[in-house]
Design a protein around this ligand. Structure first.
Ligand code: PRX
Length: 697
């Protein structure tokens, strides 16, 4: 039974009008306060206090890698005194072809880890396991959306990766080249990633749900020389035409020389002679063994695009030795990985969670991973529970948005399956609300499984703040404390640490091995975005600005409150509002657009667009009604399905500052249905606000 504790009354608490939630079976124990934790910078307020405690069970702790809080504290303190030494110790768990000379070269804000060392990640994920009894252990257990199954042992995976490495080389792809991967959730996507890592090509995985335009932009920015794709992929019973999208994207991509197409669905696709090659045909040619390339520790492993607050997505660059050190260590410790686990991460390979915690972290540890191709609710809402029970999954890692979707579908689905194989649950991508946490804990974990709520980012490469399940007492909604070797804090705008429960900015105070090295092709932007708010001073080093608001409670637990900039988190994915706005404005009828998020029970955030149409465009209500659908489809075509606008409001004008900046803060408040409370002195034309409030969809 969880122990309960009374919330400390905040003397500075100020009341804020929020609608009280109806009590439900799941949330009746949640003691919510409507008091906002005080924040001198007046930027972020906390509206929630959750006081239940879930200590680890004796049974779990007794078998865990770290089994007591005292052990964890000692490790954290030792690591904090000398983080570089701590990470050196973790790096030694990997196989290096040549040891490093300097563990960290830090020239603010550019880090190099394990300098002078030579390593290959595919060797660490494959060859070194194949040299042991693990060669016949399942590396990937895959289930197609239609139910077909495949298991690849470590030996089989290595042999596929070697063959595909040779295919890449035979097409002229070599060390240092960038290769775009635009695929669904099939083992071949992992084979493609590992083959790139084996020969030293840098992969740029583009989420299969992105449109041709988004793919083209990412290919061009990264100057990719090849694309690896499929004819199509299955999603909710229909076919996503990946190859057609590639064809559309490649009309203006001068750097692409080759396209390799994995036949998955057997649909008719156009194959351009000389440029396009079938995966299965190329893989049939006799192959010589492909030795892993010994790569510098700082060799670029991948570029992954993530949205920023301006229209252009940021190519986050990760390198080799430091990245694999952090993801291998955190996979082992956070998921308390055991040899006999079947580990299932529900993320897509196109997001960083797929990179770090489907592919690299688990395989570096010699784990068996479960990979699922399709939609979580296809053909029925119990698909995931059915697979967990049939395959006897032991560790399950998903996102709060998925959990809320499962909750909405109903508890009859999980309770009809025997999920007693599960021993640990994980959450990532956005703050998990306590109701969802309790539901996850009760219905999925049967009150037995610890939940690791892991905070990290595409930029951080690996998990930064998380419980250690055998040692940490959990609080629903808190990602608890930074991992050993990670010096994270919550600070005020002047860099001073916030007091207990004071909302502030989440920062990292010391370089860590999995950190992004730069924004691809734009080091200045890297500096500006992450390192300029807290540049080094005479009295303190520079801090990394995560861009999230957070508070630490009196026990030092971190509570992340979301993004501080205009990026919106929809279904666990970050979307730059500016990117959505520029997609809207690219429609011939649109003059101007502003996009904001409003809280949504299911998706975390819903997207609301305020749109000004060009003069002369019909303003009849019947036309506008239809036009909403036209614009929705247009944005989906430009960016992909994740950018589906939930609400579109037409307006004559947008609220702007005198210097012409759209005041999204005001729009956000209007979209929330609240009265505008903040400062409006910089507003150019106040009457616009009144008008906007009346113009509801
Ligand atoms: O706002 C935080 C939120 O997701 C952002 C990072 O998004 P992305 O780069 O797409 O990576 C998602 C997967 C690592 C963060 O800045 N976020 C991620 N995990 C959590 C979270 N917010 C609260 N709690 C978390 N556990």
């Amino acid at each position: 039974m969880p122990a309960k504790k009374k919330a400390p009354a905040s003397p500075k608490a100020k009341p804020k009008a929020v609608a009280a939630k109806k009590p439900t079976a799941a949330n009746t124990k949640v003691k919510k306060s409507t008091a906002a934790a005080s924040n001198p910078a007046d930027s972020i307020s906390s509206l929630m206090q959750e006081n239940r405690l879930f200590p680890p069970s004796k049974d779990f702790s007794s078998k865990a890698h770290i089994s007591t809080l005292a052990q964890l504290k000692a490790l954290r303190e030792k690591a904090a005194k000398n983080p570089v030494k701590f990470w050196e110790e973790q790096a030694k768990a990997l196989t290096w072809f040549k040891p490093w000379k300097t563990a960290l070269k830090w020239k603010h804000p550019f880090a190099e880890w394990f300098v002078g060392g030579k390593i290959n990640i595919s060797y660490n994920c494959l060859d070194r396991h194949v040299a042991t009894w693990r060669r016949n252990k399942a590396a990937i257990v895959w289930e197609a959306e239609g139910g077909e199954q495949r298991t690849l042992t470590y030996q089989a995976l290595l042999s596929e990766v070697c063959k595909f490495s040779t295919v890449l080389k035979s097409l002229g792809v070599s060390k240092g080249d960038v290769v775009a991967i635009y695929m669904g959730m099939v083992p071949e996507a992992i084979i493609a990633m590992l083959a790139c890592a084996r020969i030293g090509a840098t992969h740029n995985v583009v989420f299969g749900g992105f449109s041709a335009e988004a793919l083209r932009e990412r290919i061009n920015d990264s100057k990719a020389v090849a694309v690896i794709t499929q004819d199509g992929s299955y999603r909710r019973g229909s076919i996503v035409p990946l190859k057609d999208n590639v064809d559309a994207a490649l009309t203006e991509t001068p750097t692409i020389q080759n396209v390799i197409v994995y036949k998955r669905v057997g649909s008719d696709v156009n194959m351009m002679i000389g440029r396009d090659h079938w995966w299965h045909e190329r893989m049939m040619v006799p192959m010589a063994p492909c030795a892993p390339e010994p790569l510098d520790s700082e060799h670029p492993l991948f570029i992954l695009y993530t949205s920023g607050s301006t229209a252009k997505p940021k190519g986050i660059l990760h390198t080799t030795g430091g990245y694999i050190t952090q993801v291998a260590y955190t996979t082992k410790m956070v998921f308390d990985l055991r040899e006999e686990d079947l580990y299932f991460c529900m993320a897509d390979i196109g997001w960083v969670t797929g990179h770090s915690y489907i592919v690299y972290g688990p395989l570096a540890n010699g784990a068996s991973i479960f990979l699922y191709e399709g939609a979580p609710n296809y053909p029925a809402p119990d698909r995931i529970w059915d697979m967990i029970s049939r395959h006897k999954v032991t560790v399950f890692y998903t996102a709060p948005t998925a959990i809320r979707g499962f909750m909405r579908a109903g508890e009859q689905y999980p309770i009809s399956h025997n999920m007693s194989s599960l021993r640990l649950l994980g959450s990532v991508g956005e703050p998990i609300n306590p109701e969802a946490w309790i539901w996850y804990h009760t219905l999925i974990g049967n009150k037995r499984c610890p939940i690791v709520d892991t905070w990290w980012q595409t930029e951080t490469g690996g998990i930064m703040i998380s419980p250690i399940p055998g040692a940490t007492t959990l609080k629903p909604g808190s990602c608890t404390m930074p991992l050993p070797g990670i010096l994270a804090d919550v600070v005020r705008k002047d860099g001073v640490s916030c007091g207990p429960n004071e909302g502030g900015l989440l920062v990292v105070k010391h370089p860590w091995p999995g950190m992004l090295r730069t924004i691809y092709g734009d080091p200045q932007r890297y500096k500006d975005v992450y390192w300029s708010d807290f540049a080094p001073t005479r009295t303190r080093p520079g801090y990394y600005l995560a861009g999230d608001g957070a508070r630490k409670d009196k026990d030092g637990y971190f509570w992340v409150m979301g993004r501080i900039d205009d990026v919106v988190n929809v279904s666990g994915h970050r979307l730059g509002t500016a990117e959505v706005e520029s997609a809207l404005v690219s429609h011939k009828t649109v003059a101007e657009a502003a996009v904001v998020a409003r809280p949504d029970d299911l998706k975390g955030s819903a997207l609301v667009a305020f749109v000004t149409l060009k003069s002369g465009v019909d303003s009849e209500p019947s036309f506008l009604e239809q036009h909403r659908e036209v614009l929705r489809s247009h944005v989906i075509k430009e960016i992909g399905h994740i950018a589906k606008l939930d609400e579109i409001r037409f307006t004559d004008a947008l609220p702007k500052t005198r210097s012409g900046k759209i005041m999204r803060r005001l729009l956000r408040e209007i979209a929330h249905g609240n009265v505008v409370t903040g400062d409006t002195t910089t507003l150019e034309d106040f009457s616009i606000l009144e008008k906007l409030r009346q113009d509801e969809e």
